[in-house]
Design a protein. Sequence first.
Lengths: 404, 422
Amino acid sequence: MRQQVPNIAGIAGIGFFILFPFVYSGADYDYIMHICIIAFYYAILASSWSMLAGYAGQFSFGHMGFMGIGAYTTALFCHYFYLSPEPTNLCTEFNLGGTWLVVVNPIGVTSTTLTQDCLRQALSAWNGTVQVTPMPVWLGIVLGTLMGGLFGLLIGLLVLRLRAAYLALFTLGFSEILKATISAEIQITRGQAGMETPALFEQGITLFGHTFSKTDKLPPYFVMFFLLLACLGILAWLARSKFGLFVRALREDQDAAAALGVNTTKYKVLVFVVTTMMAAVAGAVQAHYVGIVTPNNLFLLQMSLVVAMAVIGGVENFVAAAVGAILIQFVLEMLRNSFDVGGITVDMTIWRLVIFGIILMVTLRFSRNGLIAPIIEYFQRGHVGKETVEKRMASEGDAEEPAK
Amino acid sequence: MESPSLFWGVIVWMIVWGVGGSIATRYRYLHKDLDTSNANFVGAMVGAASGPIGLAYLWVQTPELTNRLIVGPAILAVTLVAAAFAFADPDNNCVVNGSFVASQFVNGLIIGIIYGFMALGLTLIFSILGVVSFAHGEFYMIGGMVVYFVTAVWIPGINPILGVMAACAVAFTLGAVFERLFLTPMYEGKIDRPVEYGILVTFGLAFTLQYFVQATAGANPVKAARFFDFPRWRIPSAEDPWLLKSSRGNMTLFDTVSISNPRFVAAVMCIVVLLTLLYFLHRTWTGKALRAVSLDREAAAIAGINPDRMNMLAFALGGMIAALAGALLVQAFSWLPQVGNIPAMRSFVIVVLGGLGSLPGAFFGGIIVGLVEAAGTGCIPDAQKAASYIPAYGMLVLTLTLLLRPTGLLGRRFSSGTHGKF
């Protein structure tokens, strides 16, 4: 029975989060929902990073870079591509059987020569007689995911030979180059001003007879939540399949794994592609939910948060990492209140991060599996001693060996 | 740029032949059962510099890859890029204005010395502990903050050298305490993957320190006053000081090269400390013990050196060097709690370029990165873009190094300890 506690708790947690938006009716409903959405977003990033770092041993510090690729791909796509029934004769455009695919020219933030891009000029010339259609948001998200996967493939191939510290430095460098490029190419990406993105459901959405406007929190809440469940599902399936076994073998000893017939190149690249796609889809959906993307999303602080969440949850268990991320996001929000001690105001918006950093270091020092993962493990073990479980696992492994 | 297609055409040509050459040369040397450790690098450089002709020579002759063959094509390739740039953009400041080039070069050299000095701390930590400290930038930041608080807030009018010493003491203590508290389990074999543990725990330290300083000192930029003024010199004569002219904050050499005081003072002090450090490492018992541990941990232990104590010393010393670099540069730049991020990244680039664990490599790498940054900021036509791309120049160097020659300029293979895992 005790072995089932984590599963029961998991199902209860999923049930809780599904029912929560319908049951809860406090005055701060929107605020709580917002925290939940952001918590799910971090949970996707933390669990995919724990797959990459904890399972495969690839300590990539560029995870936020891939998130940014997802977010910026969909933002650029929605910003520069439109469908029009009439040719504008101003923009670059392609005829797609009666409708024109319009590529808007980039004018940057403060252009001295142009105040309107070509499409706005055409629209004001038409004077409302022609309606242009923006690109569907879901297509942008799909493209963002694919682009994240593509970059994951390239980076994965580049870092094949790098291990440990070199890999961490290289991926950190990749993320920094990306940030510098986005900040510098003001003409196209609008630099630090950021790019506005359409809402997830720009026209609103009708579900079960109830119409939600584009600012309602409920649709993005469920989009993000089911995305998290899907990612966890995929990760669980991968971890239990041959993929998970091979990837863990890679982590422990790459040369030994290769000698035993694991295609190390393939699995190293594959784990990169899968996890970066998850980061990219999370970034793309979050970009449409928040409504703006800026290069600040790629700051090292964001990466530190994801790493800390995964480590405190348990870096070798992606469910624990996800739970850790959700819990930490809530704790960090709750610690936002400043208070007075003897006439001095303690600004908790900063101090909470200091406390967080100390917790991170102490967790690493004294409980390397994180804080959540050992609890799950304790219940799964039942009343059997730790050593006994290890011995059983070892003997099971031996028994399975000849069967292959 | 007047004819960008010429410049980019040459670049694409070089990249294509470089990539092709790198792959082909490695393949060829592997199949002829020759030493391939430099094949990638030489293949790429020969391909980039001379295209198919040089590659055909490599393919047919497969000469031994000597140092001459490593350095020559590399210099040729860099010259080729510079020439392409000069032809593509003949009106650029970097091409027509000799004094501007000289000025950029000298300033790049000066700032490169400081970068190299800071990277030295990182490479010292790595060569002894086998850990890349992700908190290096935070030590740099703390150094500057301590100098600012000592000289400008707590005891105004104090000799800035005392402030610098205070910064060193703080960083040294912090490094030693952190090492004792958090890095000791690494040596006892209690951790499966010590390298990753080291990265994560120093990452945690960086996070904590940065927000601790932001919480206590605030997020507003601060700046310390100039440490020293230049004396007023006019050489050779007051009427025509063509050789050297100095005012309090600036110095002009040959009427062309302008050097700002804070950077010059910082570079001179860096060189002084560097010489002291070299004396310490080569002439004292403790310094020799440090080097012995970095060469072979077990053998050093047999000879009566306590490697654990050397770990503590190395981490504290490395942090102190970073803090010293920060303490010297706080008079040149405005200081924020986040100021350490870019120098930390640059130090990573430098140590990888110079070869992880190599002290002279770090110093030369620093100078190269300083020059590359000076060239990048000075020569790119759009000044605003050039400034935004500053972190990217170093990263470009890092990427090229990791792809072509992961051991760096002067890297060596480690014989023992966690180093072997790289």
